[in-house]
Design a protein around this ligand. Structure first.
Ligand SMILES: *[C@@H]1O[C@H](CO)[C@@H](O)[C@H](O)[C@H]1NC(C)=O
Ligand SMILES: *[C@@H]1O[C@H](CO)[C@@H](O)[C@H](O)[C@H]1NC(C)=O
Ligand SMILES: *[C@@H]1O[C@H](CO)[C@@H](O)[C@H](O)[C@H]1NC(C)=O
Ligand SMILES: *[C@@H]1O[C@H](CO)[C@@H](O)[C@H](O)[C@H]1NC(C)=O
Ligand SMILES: *[C@@H]1O[C@H](CO)[C@@H](O)[C@H](O)[C@H]1NC(C)=O
Ligand SMILES: *[C@@H]1O[C@H](CO)[C@@H](O)[C@H](O)[C@H]1NC(C)=O
Ligand SMILES: *[C@@H]1O[C@H](CO)[C@@H](O)[C@H](O)[C@H]1NC(C)=O
Ligand SMILES: *[C@@H]1O[C@H](CO)[C@@H](O)[C@H](O)[C@H]1NC(C)=O
Ligand SMILES: *[C@@H]1O[C@H](CO)[C@@H](O)[C@H](O)[C@H]1NC(C)=O
Ligand SMILES: *[C@@H]1O[C@H](CO)[C@@H](O)[C@H](O)[C@H]1NC(C)=O
Ligand SMILES: *[C@@H]1O[C@H](CO)[C@@H](O)[C@H](O)[C@H]1NC(C)=O
Ligand SMILES: *[C@@H]1O[C@H](CO)[C@@H](O)[C@H](O)[C@H]1NC(C)=O
Length: 272
C-alpha cells in the first residue's frame, strides 16, 4: 500500500509546491479588491480617489474619505462637512453642498466654509459666492417708508411667522454688481457660501428665486490626487490606489503586481 501511494503523494506535493508561489504571485489581491464596485450611500460606485464604507483606504487616497452611513455620502474638507451630490472622475469634479444648508436656508450655527486652495481641492470655474445675511432690519430713515421694507426682492424667511421688520437677505455677485446691496440695512449675522453660478443667476432675475433650491444644487470642486498618474494606470489596465507601506504615495494595482504608475505589460507572459 505504502509503495503504491508514495508516487501519488510525490506528484501531489509537487503540484502543491509549484502552485503556492505562482498563485500568490500572479494574483494581486489589492488589484482584485480595488476592481470591485463599492457603493457609498446613494452613489452606486465610488471611483478613485474616494474610499470609505466597504472600500478600503488603499483603493483611494487618504484625504478622500467618504462617510457612507447617511442618505448621501459626506466628505469633510477643512473640518466642515459637505454632502456629495455627484462624482465625475472624467473631469475630476465632485458636486457638493454644505451639509448644514441642505434643505435649510437658516442653519442654527453659521460657518464661513471657505475652501482655501489646498493641495487637494479648488473651486470649479462655474461657482459663485452667495452672501446670506440674517437678522436684518431696515435702517431707521428707510424704515419710515413701509413700502420699501416690503419690496426688498431678495429676502427670504427664517421662520413661518417672521416679522416684517426682521428678515434675511441674499446677495449674489451679479446682484451686488447691479447695485443691490445691504447698505440700507443692519444685519446681525452673515455667511458666505458657494453655489453653482448658473443656479445663482436665477436668483438675480426680476422674480425672487428660491434660495433653498440654489443651495441644494451645490457647487463644483476639482480634485487633485495624482490625476495624471491615475489616468496612465487606468489606461494600462490597472486600478489606482495608495501604497499602504508608504502612505500618501500613489500606486497602480495590476493583475500581476503593483507598480509605481502604470502596469508594465511587457513583463506579462501572455502578451495582449
Ligand atoms: C480583499 O477583500 C477580501 C474580501 O473583502 C478580504 O477578505 C481581504 O482581506 C482583502 N485583501 C486585502 C489585501 O485587503
Ligand atoms: C471612473 O470610475 C469608474 C467606476 O469606478 C471606473 O470604471 C473608471 O475606470 C474610472 N475612470 C478613471 C479615468 O479613473
Ligand atoms: C456620517 O454622516 C452622518 C449623516 O450623513 C452623520 O450623522 C455622522 O455624524 C457622520 N459621521 C462622522 C464620523 O462624521
Ligand atoms: C463670515 O465672513 C464675514 C466677512 O466676510 C463676516 O462678516 C461674518 O461675520 C462671518 N460669519 C461667520 C458666521 O463667521
Ligand atoms: C484660509 O485662508 C484664510 C486667508 O488666508 C485664513 O484666514 C483662514 O484661516 C484659512 N482657513 C483655513 C481653514 O485654513
Ligand atoms: C417710499 O417708497 C416708495 C417706493 O419705493 C417711493 O415711491 C416713495 O417716494 C417713498 N416715500 C418716501 C417718503 O420716501
Ligand atoms: C416672508 O414672511 C413675510 C411675513 O410673514 C411674508 O409677507 C412674505 O411673503 C414671506 N416671504 C417668503 C419668500 O416666504
Ligand atoms: C423652495 O424650494 C424648496 C425645495 O424645492 C421647497 O420646499 C420650498 O417650498 C420652495 N419655497 C418657495 C418659497 O417656493
Ligand atoms: C449648475 O446648474 C445648472 C442648472 O441648474 C446645471 O445644468 C449644471 O449641471 C450645474 N453645474 C454643476 C457643476 O453642478
Ligand atoms: C502624487 O504622488 C507622489 C508620488 O507618489 C506624491 O509624492 C505626491 O504627494 C502625490 N500628490 C498628491 C496630491 O497626492
Ligand atoms: C511602496 O512603498 C514602499 C516603501 O516606500 C516601496 O519599497 C515600494 O516599492 C512601493 N511599491 C510600489 C508598487 O511603488
Ligand atoms: C518593463 O519591463 C521590461 C521587461 O522586463 C523592462 O525592461 C522595463 O524596464 C520595465 N519598465 C518599467 C517602467 O518597469
Amino acid at each position: 500500500m505504502h509503495l503504491h501511494l508514495f508516487p501519488t503523494f510525490c506528484v501531489l506535493m509537487t503540484i502543491i509546491l509549484i502552485h503556492i508561489p505562482t498563485s500568490s504571485g500572479a494574483d494581486n489581491e489589492q488589484y482584485t479588491n480595488c476592481s470591485r464596485s463599492y457603493p457609498c450611500a446613494n452613489i452606486l460606485d465610488i471611483p478613485y480617489p474616494f474610499w470609505g464604507g466597504d472600500k478600503p483606504e488603499y483603493c483611494g487616497h487618504p484625504s478622500f474619505h467618504l462617510n457612507c452611513t447617511g442618505e448621501a455620502p459626506q466628505i469633510t474638507i477643512e473640518s466642515r462637512p459637505y454632502r456629495v451630490l455627484a462624482i465625475d472622475n472624467g473631469t475630476f469634479t465632485l458636486n457638493v453642498a454644505q451639509e448644514e444648508f441642505w434643505n435649510n436656508d437658516c442653519p442654527s450655527e453659521l460657518h464661513n466654509a471657505t475652501i482655501n486652495a489646498t493641495t487637494y481641492f479648488e473651486y470649479a470655474p462655474n461657482t459663485e459666492v452667495l452672501m446670506l445675511y440674517y437678522g436684518c432690519r431696515v435702517t431707521s430713515t428707510l424704515q419710515l417708508n413701509i413700502s420699501t421694507t416690503i419690496t426688498i426682492p431678495n429676502r427670504f424667511n427664517c421662520s413661518e411667522n417672521q416679522s416684517t421688520e426682521i428678515f434675511s437677505v441674499y446677495v449674489t455677485a451679479s446682484l451686488a454688481s447691479s447695485g443691490q446691496s445691504i447698505s440700507n440695512m443692519n444685519c446681525s449675522n452673515s455667511v458666505e457660501v458657494r453655489v453653482n453660478k448658473t443656479a445663482a443667476e436665477a436668483l438675480a432675475g426680476p422674480a425672487s428665486g428660491n434660495v433653498t433650491q440654489v443651495l441644494n444644487s451645490g457647487f463644483g470642486l476639482v480634485w487633485a490626487a495624482n490625476n495624471t498618474d491615475c489616468q496612465s494606470c487606468v489606461r494600462s489596465g490597472g486600478w489606482c490606489g495608495t501604497n499602504a507601506t508608504n502612505p500618501g504615495s500613489f500606486v497602480c494595482y495590476c493583475s500581476d503586481q503593483s507598480y509605481p504608475v502604470s502596469c508594465n505589460l511587457t513583463t506579462s507572459s501572455s502578451g495582449t
